[in-house]
Design a protein around this ligand. Structure first.
Ligand SMILES: Nc1ncnc2c1ncn2[C@@H]1O[C@H](COP(=O)(O)OP(=O)(O)OP(=O)(O)O)[C@@H](O)[C@H]1O
Ligand SMILES: [Mg+2]
Ligand SMILES: [Zn+2]
Length: 420
């Protein structure tokens, strides 16, 4: 163990976050943003290698995994790595931010001075976007669309259901793999925000999620053959992410919570203190462990584009979303659930709190003095309708099925008993 690090992580010059007022924090962030606006590319520096010093090369298709607790600065670091990758590729790189988080944070690229004029927004087939950016329906997307734009984004709210989004992600990943050769210095960067929700969420929205997930794990392994670098941001440490983590060329450890580091990383404690360096690590710091055995710590600047919690990107970027209002009459057969049936199931569920098994049996239910008849279904079908309804509300504020049948109040009422 090395004593006396000449620049220990705890001495990284910091602006104390604790005991700061909200105003001070906002000011600090504005200052950080001002600073990076001038330098264009936020700095990322390894201040000290405690083992096996190494020069970080971002010009190759590297794989970076960033792990840390909520709010530890993972996404900001992914953004910094994206711009680093472009810088190391002499500005010939690309930023592909299609595995996004729920809060639209990847739209941040729309305010990047150098990139904003060449952003392509991918959206669901039944969704219309009105905005000043280039847009493309996922159904029409080809490899050419990646080639012809600098920044390619897919945002959860650009789909009318979670299922559509999964399908779209699977398709975009597949298209990337059609890139079978690439020139040196033309590495594309793929950002994966909140990789854990993509990998481990147990939302059962049909097969499309499984397909997207498998494609994604495969992609992490194989992306470098398509000349893609990848930055994955992962929240929790579970046994499952070993398959992703073990592939990392660079593992960035951000602040962790009480659970500390995973067992296989306990050796890091010989160099860094759990309480001081890891639990209380400021957002701008990181510990880096490399595939070649390097271990060190450093800091990075907050990209000025990074989304602030109070920002409303749809308004800021003047993007209007219109969801398709095609009513699903289930005319493909009785195995399909129509929009009307969805609305009725939710009505019974929300008004009466009746269990899925009882709803699945079908029959008549009294709601607000009216008798409603439901047909017999499997418990799973009923459960999926409830999930779909809740997920839609979580993703975009309202359930589109209920909305398109003018159930305004119901469209924003979640079923509290089911988690998505
Ligand atoms: N390099 C930095 N310098 C200064 N502040 C930073 C830096 N990186 C992050 N922050 C601050 O930390 C906040 C949270 O960062 P970020 O959104 O990247 O965290 P996260 O780990 O992705 O969070 P979540 O788990 O919610 O997705 C930012 O909004 C910013 O205020
Ligand atoms: Mg994040
Ligand atoms: Zn609904």
């Amino acid at each position: 163990m090395e004593e006396n690090l000449d620049y220990p992580i705890r001495e990284i010059p910091d602006l104390p976050l604790e005991e700061s007022t909200e105003e001070e924090i906002v000011k600090k962030i504005e200052q950080a943003q001002e600073l990076t606006k001038k330098v264009r590319i936020p700095k990322l520096t390894v201040l000290k290698w405690v083992r096996f010093p190494q020069t970080l090369d971002f010009s190759q298709p590297f794989r970076a995994v960033i792990m840390g607790t909520t709010g530890s600065g993972k996404s900001a670091l992914v953004e910094t790595l994206a711009t680093k990758s472009d810088q190391y590729n002499n500005g010939e790189g690309k930023i592909i931010d299609i595995f996004a988080s729920r809060d639209l944070e990847n739209l941040a690229w729309c305010r990047h001075e150098q990139y904003k004029d060449d952003v392509l927004l991918i959206h669901g087939n039944d969704v219309k976007l009105s905005c000043e950016w280039h847009t493309k329906k996922i159904g029409d997307m080809t490899l050419k669309d990646y080639q012809e734009h600098k920044v390619i984004l897919s945002v959860p709210v650009f789909y009318s259901s979670l299922e559509d989004e999964w399908k779209s992600i699977a398709k975009m990943t597949g298209i990337l793999q059609q890139r079978t050769s690439y020139d040196r210095h033309k590495v594309w960067f793929v950002a994966v925000r909140e990789g854990s929700s993509l990998l481990y969420s147990r939302i059962g929205v049909g097969d499309s999620q499984g397909v997207a997930k498998n494609k994604f794990v495969y992609a992490i392994r194989e992306f470098r053959h398509s000349g893609c670098a990848i930055g994955v941001d992962i929240l929790r440490f579970t046994g499952l992410d070993v398959e992703v983590r073990s592939l990392a060329d660079f593992l960035f450890l951000k602040a962790h919570g009480l659970e500390g580091l995973a067992d296989e990383l306990r050796w890091v404690y010989a160099y860094y203190d759990l309480f001081v360096d890891i639990m209380r690590q400021p957002e701008w710091a990181f510990i880096i462990a490399t595939k070649k055995g390097g271990l060190g710590h450093g800091n990075f600047q907050l990209p000025y584009i990074h989304k602030g919690t109070h920002e409303d990107f749809l308004t800021l970027f003047n993007i209007e979303i219109k969801y398709g209002d095609k009513i699903n009459y289930a005319d493909k057969g009785n195995n399909h659930t129509s929009d009307f049936e969805h609305v009725d199931i939710m009505k019974v569920r929300i008004a009466k709190g009746i269990g899925t098994a009882a709803i699945a049996k079908g029959g008549t239910f009294d709601i607000d003095g009216k008798t409603m008849t439901l047909q017999k279904r499997s418990g799973r079908t009923v459960y999926q309708q409830i999930l779909k309804h809740n997920q839609d509300i979580d993703t975009s504020g309202s359930c589109h099925i209920c909305k398109r049948l003018d159930q305004q109040e119901q469209s924003t009422t979640r079923d509290p008993a089911v988690n998505s």
